[in-house]
Design a protein around this ligand. Structure first.
Ligand code: ZN
Length: 83
């Protein structure tokens, strides 16, 4: 068994961090629901269009119909007056 030694050359690489996959594990491979990054931005691809929304996001898996809620922690602690 030889391991493929292909270099990971990301095309269309995001300028900052790689987004995290939000997926439903009802099957293999898991169903990708959306992607999100640390800034709390959620990217949802619908056909040929990208939806750029903010958390929390509520969606339904297109495969199994399970409901999913994505609630990202707000990363604006520097500006929040609440202790
Ligand atoms: Zn599912």
């Amino acid at each position: 068994m030889s391991t493929p030694n292909r270099r990971r050359t990301p095309h269309l690489s995001p300028p900052r961090e790689r987004p995290t996959r939000w997926e439903c594990h009802c099957q293999e491979p898991p169903v990708l629901l959306a992607t999100y990054d640390r800034s709390g931005r959620v990217n949802i691809k619908v056909r040929d269009r990208y939806w750029n929304v903010a958390s929390p996001v509520h969606t339904v898996c297109p495969k199994c119909g399970a409901e999913h809620l994505l609630e990202l922690p707000q990363d604006d602690g520097l500006f929040s007056p609440i202790p």
